[in-house]
Design a binder for this molecule. Structure first.
Ligand code: FES
Length: 138
């Protein structure tokens, strides 16, 4: 079920982001979300922080840890491309896939539908409720 706000968002400005496997969907008007100082503005980490969705970010969103690793399931064309720093960091992420991105670096550039999946190893970390070192995550 969507957590859309009661106010109506013009369809041409609607951003809808679903975080899997929780199935949590948040909606907002493109260009209106305040910046929460975690990751790049309008990154998935920024969206998560703005909406109470847990997405790990051990380095604070500065492309230095890979704990914000997400898999892009929909909306890839609306994102900024990964730069060399992100690609280098992703090489260190556990279970890297072709659709892997760093949640703090992948920025939503236009309205539309986006679906990201938080990888299993990261979900386990959340479920166990304790820090997991990067060495353990490999
Ligand atoms: S939070 Fe550390 S790389 Fe994204």
């Amino acid at each position: 079920m969507s957590e859309a706000t009661e106010k109506s968002i013009p369809p041409e400005k609607l951003v809808r982001v679903t975080f899997q496997p929780e199935g949590r969907t948040v909606e907002f008007e493109f260009g209106t979300m305040p910046y929460e100082r975690h990751g790049k503005p309008m990154s998935f980490l920024d969206v998560a922080e703005n909406n109470g969705v847990f997405l790990d970010h051990a380095c604070g969103g500065v492309c230095a840890c890979s704990t914000c690793h997400v898999l892009i399931k929909a909306g890839e064309k609306g994102l900024t491309p990964a730069d060399d720093d992100e690609l280098d960091r992703l090489d260190m992420a556990a279970d890297q896939q072709l659709n892997s991105r760093l949640g703090c670096q992948a920025v939503i550039t236009r309205p539309g539908e986006y679906v990201v999946e938080i990888p299993k190893w990261n979900r386990n970390y959340v479920a166990e409720g304790k820090p997991l070192t990067l060495a353990e995550a490999k």
